[in-house]
Design a protein around this ligand. Structure first.
Ligand code: SF4
Length: 489
């Protein structure tokens, strides 16, 4: 007698995506994936009680199937896993990005922020910094991440210190953990700065675009030594703050696209445990220089595949290194716990999970929104720094993002298999706007990139499962865990 004749099997909601080769990936919103042939998928949809016993148990364990009988324990577990996956988007703002200054010595062609070190009017005032700290502390988040970005924030170390002191000793802190991160070239880092940073366990995040010749090409200095100077900064920080005090990420330009293996090898040589293979962000100056620096999504994905294969090869040699973008995508697909990556939430979490306090005195919902403002579109300003947090969270920009950043209300996203993990980016749509009309979601860089990355990793997971490669499956499951996602903002 079939179990199904006693209790009807009930199918929980899931999405499907066709893989190369014809199999299907089934995606559960709680962070599970199952790979099925078309026939079995059809059976699961139409007569789930007839799915083979072992597979049925597996699909139950992964929350694709449940029983029509009362299962309060399982239902509670399912509800708590759904809530856990939505925690970042639904919670109070936990990530706060402070941009003390736009000053930076580099003149990177893909960056909108470079300003000469002696330029005036490109830094926050002390009062604005203190007001931003009050807003941060008004958030109810149990753990706060405060990230200093720029320009190069170390050019205004006085403002960094002002903020750290104000936050660390703020009356509203009430024992909450604050994780401080400074994103910097590290060229200005000194031993004295390190002594101060050690007191507050401040982490450093820097950029390494690859071997010296490539890094220097992407990040030019008049002295042509940006790689050597960043390396000096890394060594100084490691000696003073510990071996794990510095993480690094890279930006891919068309100069990089043929050198995937050399870039990964550089990270291994530097003893870095994460390499974040990031595509160019087409904002501001980068957009203007796109013809010179850009490449197609297909070119990027070919480059990305080579980089991932090289990372896995190093893992096979016993070297612990992870590709961080993979970690973020796999976290969405196959982990119960959300890593808190604010760029990949459903609904879009810009201006709620993250707030950006910019050198120009305004609060923005995301890094991209402040970059858009640099090229003249200031429509994503949420309010002046000093505006109370409740007012920021209920401002017109917040309503616009809630409205336009909801996958269920977007015709492209509502038909998309990834809508539990991803949502439209209103800032991206505005960046591509023509004649006052925002671009359709499918045309946005955000959508193209995330679709390509989800597809890549679903195919890779399906392939690993199909080959019975448990070693790689275990490795990828570890990458998916939300630990050490430094620099993931
Ligand atoms: S933005 Fe694109 S990838 Fe993301 S949910 Fe919408 S359609 Fe899917």
């Amino acid at each position: 007698m079939s179990v199904g004749t006693v209790y009807q099997a009930k199918v929980r909601p899931f999405e499907t995506r066709r893989l190369e080769g014809g199999r299907w990936a089934c995606l559960s919103p709680v962070g599970e994936v199952a790979f099925l042939d078309a026939q079995i998928l059809e059976l699961l949809r139409t007569a789930p009680e007839e799915v083979d016993g072992d597979l049925r148990q597996c699909l139950k364990a992964k929350h694709f199937l449940t029983s029509s009988a009362s299962t309060p324990g399982l239902d509670r577990l399912y509800a708590s896993r759904l809530a856990e996956k939505a925690a970042t988007a639904a919670g109070p703002p936990a990530l706060h990005i402070l941009v003390p200054t736009l000053q930076c010595a580099h003149s990177c062609q893909y960056c909108q922020v470079s300003r000469a070190l002696d330029a005036q009017g490109f830094s926050m005032s002390q009062n604005e910094m203190l007001a931003a700290c009050d807003t941060i502390m008004a958030s109810a988040a149990e753990t706060l991440t405060v990230e200093f970005q720029g320009g190069d924030p170390l050019n205004r170390f006085d403002l960094i210190q002002l903020a750290i002191e104000a936050l660390a000793h703020h009356p509203a802190r009430q024992g909450r953990a604050i994780r401080f991160v400074i994103a910097s070239t590290l060229h200005q880092l000194t031993g004295q700065m390190c002594s101060y940073l050690r007191q507050y366990d401040v982490k450093l995040s820097t950029s390494i675009d690859g071997p010296a010749w490539l890094h220097n090409k992407n990040r030019p200095l008049p002295t042509r030594d940006s790689y050597a100077r960043t390396l000096q900064g890394i060594e100084l920080a490691r000696a003073a703050l510990g071996p794990d005090s510095v993480s690094a990420l890279m930006t891919t330009t068309h100069h990089s696209i043929e050198y995937a293996e050399a870039i990964v090898d550089e990270y291994v040589a530097l003893g870095l445990q994460d390499v974040f293979i990031r595509p160019l962000s087409p904002y501001g100056f980068a957009k203007r220089n796109l013809a010179y620096l850009g490449y197609s999504t297909q070119d990027f994905m070919r480059f990305y595949k080579r980089a991932v294969d090289r990372v896995l090869w190093w893992n096979g040699q016993g070297v612990a290194i992870r590709e961080a973008y993979a970690g973020l995508i796999l976290n969405k697909l196959i982990s119960s716990f959300d890593a808190g990556y604010v760029d990949l939430q459903s609904p879009n979490a810009s201006g709620r999970a993250v707030l950006v306090y910019n050198y120009d005195g305004w609060v923005y919902p995301s890094d991209e929104a402040r970059m858009l403002a640099e090229t003249g579109d200031t429509s994503f300003r949420m309010g002046a720094i000093g505006t109370p947090l409740e007012a920021l969270l209920s401002c017109d920009v917040s309503s616009r993002i809630a409205d336009q950043g909801d996958a269920s209300g977007d015709p492209d996203c509502s038909a998309c298999a990834f809508k539990s993990h991803c949502a439209p980016s209103p800032v991206d749509a505005a960046a591509l706007a023509q004649g006052g009309h925002a671009a359709p979601t499918r045309e946005t860089e955000h959508c193209r990139r995330q679709t390509a990355m989800f597809d890549f990793w679903l195919n890779r997971l399906g392939d690993v499962e199909g080959r019975g490669d448990t070693q790689t499956a275990d490795l990828l499951a570890r990458w998916a865990q939300p630990n050490s996602m430094a620099g993931a903002s």
